[in-house]
Design a protein around this ligand. Structure first.
Ligand SMILES: NC(=O)c1ccc[n+]([C@@H]2O[C@H](COP(=O)([O-])OP(=O)(O)OC[C@H]3O[C@@H](n4cnc5c(N)ncnc54)[C@H](O)[C@@H]3O)[C@@H](O)[C@H]2O)c1
Length: 273
């Protein structure tokens, strides 16, 4: 899909990958609703983008996991720019580390990393099918294909996000709905270092696992790759190409891959102790 003149919503747009995607979209001629739980951040990013590309964005404080808030985001987009063509379900949280994650930890991770996507699709997809066009971009993670060492909540919810994106693509792909799924390894944002900053051994191992598995990319580099993939209407977006090889290894010998991951985790935990 050519994004010029299209209307986009980007959740988690107040920082990191979301802010970079919103900026790249505006640079490419789209109009963007920058949504973030942190209203101040959403407004600041929107003001910065408008400074460079006047009149291209509005910033909104919104919980991307809340149906009423998503409905309001869609209404703001329609009022300011027109019907939503692209929805970037990008807001995400790193979540709690191990089996001691509480019911509340699980509920929050499931809400932000998965149910936010489902709720947005429920509101948008029927209209897109009617119009014969629409684009849903899910920010999952390489952890949704390969598992995040050190975090059950993150691994499980990101796998579920990949599953939902696949399902959307299969179910609505022939009715004009495009779906892409972004699965990066390390990107230089606050979220990447949340595990390290948590002070927990498993959390620290989680950050170390991502940082040492490959290059840590800048959000702007990832945004450029995302926009190219949207232009090409490609489902799987892998800013770190080696993830494909790791995914193939997993598929070709699951037990061998699991043994390798356990070895890698032991080494990381030994380093962090
Ligand atoms: N940074 C990485 O290494 C990495 C790797 C793979 C995937 N991801 C994914 O990329 C996405 C963006 O993360 P990032 O790395 O840019 O992190 P970030 O922390 O820089 O940005 C995330 C933004 O989402 C916002 N947010 C959190 N919960 C929200 C909610 N309920 N509603 C609306 N906004 C909310 C935060 O306020 C923050 O501004 C996430 O889904 C994350 O899981 C990141």
């Amino acid at each position: 899909m050519r994004v010029a003149d299209k209307v986009a919503v980007v959740t988690g747009g107040g920082a990191g990958i979301g802010a970079a995607v919103a900026t790249a979209l505006a640079a490419a001629g789209a109009r963007v609703v920058v949504a973030d739980l942190d209203e101040v951040a959403a407004l600041a990013v929107s003001a910065r983008i408008n400074g460079e590309y006047p009149g291209t964005t509005v910033g909104v404080g919104a919980d991307a996991a809340d149906t009423a808030a998503i409905r309001e985001l869609i209404a703001v987009a329609e009022r300011e720019f027109g019907p939503v063509d692209l929805y970037f379900a990008n807001a995400g949280i790193s979540g709690a580390a191990g089996l001691d994650a509480t019911e509340d930890d699980w509920d929050l991770s499931l809400a932000v990393n998965l149910r936010a996507h489902i709720r947005a699709a429920q509101l948008l997809v029927p209209g897109w099918v009617e119009r014969g066009e629409g684009y849903f971009v899910s920010t999952a993670s390489a952890a949704g294909l390969l598992t995040q060492i050190g975090s059950a909540t993150y691994s499980v919810t990101k796998h579920a996000a990949v599953g939902f994106a696949e399902w959307l693509n299969i179910t609505y792909g022939d009715q004009g709905v495009r779906v892409s799924c972004l699965c990066p390894m390390g990107v230089n944002t606050k979220l990447l270092y949340a595990g390290r900053d948590s002070g927990e051994a498993l959390g620290a191992a989680a950050t170390r696992a991502v940082v040492s598995a490959g290059e840590v990319l800048e959000p702007a580099e990832v945004a450029e790759i995302v926009l190219a993939a949207v232009d090409a209407e490609q489902f799987l977006i892998l800013p770190h190409p080696q993830v494909l090889e790791m995914y193939r290894n997993k598929g070709s010998d699951y037990d061998r891959w699991l043994r390798g991951m356990r070895r890698y985790q032991s080494a990381l935990l030994a380093e962090t102790h």
